[in-house]
Design a binder for this molecule. Structure first.
Ligand SMILES: C[S@@+](CC[C@H](N)C(=O)[O-])C[C@H]1O[C@@H](n2cnc3c(N)ncnc32)[C@H](O)[C@@H]1O
Length: 236
């Protein structure tokens, strides 16, 4: 394997490269928090589709092609939080149930779902599964322990990425993660990293698209500057 391009920003380490090659080399993290490519049929939509340019970008960037679930390795993480499409649940749930001690099905509810629905319900729920082994159970204050979070989806024009997870969603999720070391192998624009840094955790992210990697570097640098204003002096 060639050495991946690596950027270190205080408590964050970001790799530009392939998650399947890099993640197994990084060792154990308290939690893998990931939003991998979903596997779903994103065709259709007619006139609605034109109003939502993000749908075409989702397809062109391969974000409907799914992911290899074996990147979730219970020997390399105490817990996993994984977003998925409704249609992936039947395959993902048995894998997590067989690999971890317990799991919970949680949801992000969207007041502004994409309007096309292919003869199904509106996509106003995105499930995420939290599975954990002993010692890594969900944590948080009483009000953090709901299994749902509601937030509008982020417009793709913000970061030219079609599936950016909102800060409110990621901060809620991060508040439930047990432990201090977090890895996101499908980092995108770095939303998991921003939330991890805000909550005082160490973050490692992997992204293979150079444009999105550059966005993640920028966003996480801002987050580290805010949380640790003197980090550059300490790192020197
Ligand atoms: C659903 S998006 C994640 C978006 C992210 N949660 C955010 O808020 O910006 C999945 C990301 O995984 C990246 N990706 C897909 N396959 C990958 C691979 N094999 N290695 C590294 N990154 C990959 C895609 O480029 C995309 O940015």
């Amino acid at each position: 394997m060639t050495t991946p391009h690596t950027v270190r920003i205080g408590p964050a380490t970001l790799y530009l490269g392939d998650a399947y090659a890099i993640r197994p080399t990084l060792g154990f993290f308290d939690a893998d928090v990931m939003d991998p490519p979903y596997e779903f049929n994103n065709s259709g939509g007619g006139a609605w589709r034109k109003a939502r340019g993000a749908s075409d970008q989702i397809v062109s960037e391969g974000l409907t092609e799914g992911f290899d679930r074996f990147i979730i390795n219970p020997m390399l993480c105490g817990a996993v939080m994984v977003f998925c499409h409704n249609d992936q649940l039947p395959r993902l749930l048995p894998y997590l149930d067989g690999s971890f001690h317990r799991f919970a099905l949680c949801v992000w509810t969207k007041p502004n779902p994409a309007p096309h629905r292919n003869k199904n319900y509106l996509p106003d729920l995105e499930p995420y599964l939290h599975a954990w082994n002993r010692g890594f159970h969900p944590v948080g204050e009483h009000h953090d322990m709901h299994r749902h979070v509601s937030a509008k989806s982020s417009p793709s024009k913000f970061y030219d990425h079609p599936t950016v997870k909102p800060d409110d969603v990621m901060v809620k999720i991060m508040a439930n993660v047990n432990g201090r070391t977090i890895c996101d192998p499908f980092m995108g624009t770095g939303s998991t990293g921003v939330a991890a840094i805000r909550l005082g955790k160490r973050f490692t992210g992997i992204e293979h698209n150079p444009k999105h990697f550059a966005t993640a570097v920028k966003r996480i640098t801002v987050a580290v500057d805010r949380r640790y204003p003197n980090w550059r002096n300490l790192a020197a």
